[in-house]
Design a protein around this ligand. Structure first.
Ligand code: GTB
Length: 216
């Protein structure tokens, strides 16, 4: 059965791949799985029908047969559990790849979201100017540790996995800030992710929603 995901009817980033449906699209493309998309307005996201799928009134969600999921990381994991291409078969390598999914979501993404929040939701607060350097220092601390770990490796732990998918997408949010380019091996790592045919198909599909032109 073809799953249906939800995505922004009109993404604030103008379809530049930063919204989290991008992770689900990318995972489905890596798994070679077709999917349908239901576009949701900001207003509709907060209404009962959508909240029945997503208690927090957000996107993405995932529906397939009898299962309805939210949380982009959980959806990526669900896809990775059911299709080859996103998690190793070998138990220990699989466990490490899942560890990197959690690291991306729990250790790398939160300080990056802090920066977005400070910039876009708290920019007018008197304390933001004082707080911004602290937020950036916390991001740089994590990026430095990740950069040291990755070194010149192609992916985080052997073959490309869902851990890389979530990590690359979390790091992409940093690109507009310029901070990613302070770590050349991380910038190259993200570029490798973006060079993947599955990423390109997912990006084109998400952009097509915004431009209204069919993804080529
Ligand atoms: N933890 C959840 C977080 C989901 C989430 O933050 N959803 C956002 C879209 S992705 C976050 C996002 C939004 C916009 C951009 N952008 O650049 O325009 C990038 C990322 C949303 O629905 N926001 C609407 C709302 O909360 O009312 C997950 O990983 O799925």
């Amino acid at each position: 059965m073809t799953p249906t995901i939800t995505a922004f009817e009109s993404s604030p980033d103008r379809g530049q791949g930063l919204a989290r449906d991008m992770r689900v699209r990318w995972a489905l493309e890596e798994a070679g799985q077709p999917y349908d998309v239901r576009l949701v307005s900001f207003k509709a996201m907060k209404e009962p029908a959508h909240r029945a799928l997503h208690p927090f009134g957000q996107i993405p969600t995932y529906e397939e047969g009898g299962v309805a999921l939210f949380e982009s990381g959980a959806i990526v994991f669900h896809v990775a559990q059911r299709h080859a291409g996103l998690l190793p078969d070998e138990a220990n390598a699989r466990a490490r790849a899942i560890t990197w999914m959690f690291a991306a979501l729990n250790t790398i993404e939160p300080p990056i979201i802090d920066l977005q929040t400070a910039k876009f939701a708290e920019g007018d607060k008197p304390w933001t100017a004082e707080r911004l350097p602290l937020i950036k220092d916390r991001i740089r601390a994590r990026l430095g540790e990740l950069s040291d770990y990755l070194g010149e490796a192609e992916w985080l732990d052997g073959a490309f996995s869902a851990g890389d998918l979530v990590m690359v997408h979390a790091l992409l949010r940093l690109r507009p800030s310029g901070m990613l380019d302070e770590y050349p091996n991380l910038a190259a790592y993200v570029a490798r992710g973006e060079a993947r045919p599955a990423f390109k198909r997912a990006f084109a599909a998400q952009l097509a929603v915004f431009t209204g032109k069919p993804a080529t």
